[in-house]
Structures are given as C-alpha cells and as structure tokens.
Design a protein around this ligand. Structure first.
Ligand SMILES: *[C@@H]1O[C@H](CO)[C@@H](O)[C@H](O)[C@H]1NC(C)=O
Ligand SMILES: *[C@@H]1O[C@H](CO)[C@@H](O)[C@H](O)[C@H]1NC(C)=O
Ligand SMILES: *[C@@H]1O[C@H](CO)[C@@H](O)[C@H](O)[C@H]1NC(C)=O
Ligand SMILES: *[C@@H]1O[C@H](CO)[C@@H](O)[C@H](O)[C@H]1NC(C)=O
Ligand SMILES: *[C@@H]1O[C@H](CO)[C@@H](O)[C@H](O)[C@H]1NC(C)=O
Ligand SMILES: *[C@@H]1O[C@H](CO)[C@@H](O)[C@H](O)[C@H]1NC(C)=O
Length: 364
C-alpha cells in the first residue's frame, strides 16, 4: 500500500498572479510536479474502504507517473514562518485548487490562500489526479483514494526536500488541510503512512466519520452526460454532482446567489470511487502528528439537522477513537456550510484554520 521513494522533478514553474487583487502582498506561481505513484488499488473501484481492508486477491498494482498541477502562494515579504511552514491544500469532490481561491474579484473574500498569505503563511493548492489541470487517466478506475493518498504523501516529502519554485527553500513543516473528500485523502495517507507520514499536522474540514452506505448523494451523474461540451469524451466512471445546493447553507441569505452560479459553471469531476470510499473515514489511523476536524454547523452533508454536531464533547469523543496515537485531537465547530470557504461565514473557518496551523507548527 506504500508509494515508492519519490522521484519528483519540478517540470514547470512560472510566475503569475503576482500582486493580484487577492491579498495585498502575495506572490503566486503555477507549478506542475510529476509524481510517481506505485501503489495497490481495489479491483472494485466502489470498494467502500478503497482496498484498505482487502486481501491480495482483491487488489491490483498501479504504477504510473502523473503531472500534478498546483498554485503555490507565499507572502512577498518573507518571514520566519512563511519560509518554515507550508500548507498543502487538498480540495473535495467536484472542486479543484480554485476551491481555496475562487478566480473572480467578487469572491476575493472567499480566498483562503489570500487570507493565509496576509497572515504570513504559504500554501500549495493542488488539483488531484483526474481533476483540473492535473493528469486525467483514461480509465477512471485508476483514480481512487489510494492514488491521491500516494500523491499527497510524495508532494509533502517533495516540499520538505526540494525547491517548489526557484528561490524558495524546502520547508521544514508541511500541514495538510483537506476539504471533504480531500480530508478523506489525507486520512487514507494517515492510515497507510502512520508514523512515517511527512505531514506535521492534519486539518480535516467538511468531513466526519461515515460508515459504508451512510452518505447518499443525490444528483450524481456521469460527467459526459452532465456537460457533453466539456466532458463528452470521458469514460462514464468520471462523475460529477449536478445539484450544488447541498454544499451551501439551507439559509440562502448566507451565501451569494452568484456563488451558486459560479460553482455550477466551474465545477469539476471525480471518479466513481470517491463517494463510496468516504467510508475510509471510519477506519483507525496510527498517524502520530496533531489532528483537528473542522465542521460547519450549517453543513447539510454532515451536521445540519443530523443531531451529530449538537454536542461537541460527544462528537469529539466519537471521532477521537480513530486517532489513538495522534499527538492531539480536537473538533472545531464553525458556523458555515459544507463548502465553508465559499459562504459569508468563511471568515470563521479561515481564522480557525490559521489558529490550528500556528498551533501545530509551534508558531504561537
Ligand atoms: C479475499 O477476499 C475475497 C473478497 O473480498 C474473499 O472472497 C476471499 O475469500 C478472500 N480470501 C482470503 C484468502 O481470505
Ligand atoms: C514500475 O514501473 C517502472 C517503470 O515505469 C518499472 O521500472 C518498475 O519495475 C515498476 N514497478 C513495479 C512494482 O511494477
Ligand atoms: C470583504 O470583507 C471585508 C471585511 O470583512 C469587507 O469590508 C468587504 O466589504 C468584503 N468585500 C466583499 C467584496 O465582500
Ligand atoms: C479500467 O481498468 C480496470 C482495471 O484494470 C479494468 O478492469 C477495466 O476494464 C478498465 N476499464 C476501461 C473502460 O478500460
Ligand atoms: C449549470 O451550468 C450549466 C452549463 O454548464 C447550465 O446549462 C445550467 O443551466 C446551469 N444551472 C444552474 C442552476 O445555474
Ligand atoms: C495500529 O497499531 C496497532 C498497534 O499499536 C496495530 O495493532 C494496528 O494493526 C495498527 N493499525 C493500522 C491501521 O495500522
């Protein structure tokens, strides 16, 4: 289940968005990092545990190199913390790196990368395999949590051992921040790598424990049927979510109506493995770094009207059991919805992320 020693080269790095509208003093660059993935996948792409509970006969080897696209942002004015710590930002299902920084002026307040930059913190927001500008394998069955788990693990090691762009030194600490399925990707990594994980802390947002079959998403549709003009040539196991409202608070005054339109037009794809594989979140991880889950009280997918976020102490006790060796474990409840970065309550989530990053990295 382990990826091979990474042999990662920096392929492309060019400056763009320098001194953009998002954040006063933030320099951002697009990067493409080739990542070699050599791991075991479930033969059944809809295995709820992504092969983690399977014996050898139910597994197959994936041995491929993928180009991973990302946007690296750092404060223009370097400080001890901006060169010491980087946040690796991992998007959720049907989103891509832009979840962390929507590319329109109107939604500049929804940019976590700008928010973090303003507070002296660097970020790398990536597109997972099959998504956005990263390599999209022809066969969607190759895109499983194990695939992306190997990718984020190797990227974190890369950030600690090599220069992400010329002039930027390797970082001493990498904090992983996931959203939804991106959090499940980090959990998969925390299970498979355990004490060897290169992550110095995990912040798992929009994600709580799900048992197999517990999460039912209506609106799942083959991407090629949903938007033929964009995705007509994709094989049917690349899917998307036709209905976006679940990702926002039920109270529609709490987000911009234009955000829903923007979200619908910029949504991305995932593979058929992603939704059933969310049950990986019900497995135990022997990861030894600090862990926090950040959930929105208005998250219609995991909290709102479910009762499970009503009692923070009970929720924390339930979730903590799966992290017996973690240096620390906490659950933070914020006011927002599932895509807590994209509603008017995002400030609460962003300040929670920054506080946790500083706590985990020993910056305060
Ligand atoms: C391996 O798993 C398969 C299905 O998951 C099961 O049918 C088979 O009995 C298992 N084999 C062994 C040796 O446990
Ligand atoms: C993985 O592929 C590389 C070539 O890309 C090959 O050298 C190596 O032996 C393969 N490893 C396995 C375990 O198949
Ligand atoms: C962004 O947030 C600031 C401070 O909370 C506020 O003054 C400003 O109006 C907001 N801008 C937009 C475009 O919503
Ligand atoms: C995708 O790969 C799997 C595993 O190798 C294989 O069983 C399946 O037939 C492939 N699907 C397509 C459409 O090629
Ligand atoms: C979503 O976008 C598609 C085009 O990609 C468009 O046809 C559809 O009307 C949009 N739906 C909403 C609710 O905005
Ligand atoms: C975690 O560690 C315990 C021993 O401390 C071991 O029994 C268990 O199998 C490990 N679990 C995983 C998922 O690695």
């Amino acid at each position: 289940m382990f990826a091979s020693i990474p042999q990662i080269l920096l392929l492309v790095a060019h400056l763009h968005l320098a001194a953009t509208a998002y954040g006063q003093a933030c320099g951002c660059s697009s990067v493409v990092v080739p990542v070699h993935v050599n791991t075991l996948l479930a033969k059944d792409p809809t295995d709820p545990f992504g092969g983690l509970e399977s014996n050898a006969t139910a597994l197959r080897r994936l041995n491929e190199t993928y180009d991973i696209f990302g946007v690296f942002c750092a404060p223009t004015e370097k400080t001890a913390q901006s060169i010491d710590v980087i946040q690796l930002l991992v998007h959720g299902f049907t989103y891509n790196n832009e979840y962390w920084s929507p590319k329109t002026e109107e939604f500049q307040n929804q940019s976590y990368t700008a928010y973090a930059c303003d507070r002296g913190l660097s970020t790398l927001a990536i597109d997972l395999v099959g998504v956005g500008k990263s390599t999209r394998p022809t066969n969607a069955s190759d895109v499983q949590y194990a695939t992306d788990s190997a990718v984020v693990s190797q990227l974190a090691r890369h950030l600690k051992s090599a220069s992400i762009i010329p002039g930027v030194q390797p970082f001493n600490q990498v904090i992983g921040i996931g959203h939804s399925a991106g959090s499940v990707t980090l959990i998969h990594e925390a299970i498979t790598e355990a004490e060897r994980s290169p992550f110095d802390g995990l912040i798992l947002t929009g994600q709580l424990i799900f048992q197999p079959g517990e999460l039912v998403l209506s609106g799942l549709v083959s991407a090629r049927e949903d938007t033929p003009i964009r995705w007509g040539s994709l094989e049917p196991n690349y899917i998307t979510e036709g209905s976006r409202a679940l990702f926002y608070p039920s109270d529609t005054t709490l987000f911009s109506p234009r955000m829903l339109v923007y979200d619908n037009f910029t949504k991305d794809v995932g593979s058929v493995s992603i939704v059933p594989g969310i049950s990986i979140s019900s497995l135990l991880a022997n990861y030894t770094g600090p862990v926090a889950k950040v959930a929105g009280l208005r998250d219609q997918a995991i909290c709102y009207n479910t009762g499970r976020c009503d009692d923070l102490a009970a929720l924390t006790a339930l979730e903590r059991v799966l992290w017996p060796k973690a240096k620390s474990f906490e659950v933070v409840l914020t006011e927002g919805g599932h895509c807590m970065n994209l509603d008017f309550l995002a400030d609460g989530a962003f300040s929670a992320f920054v506080k946790l990053v500083k706590q985990f990295a020993g910056l305060q």
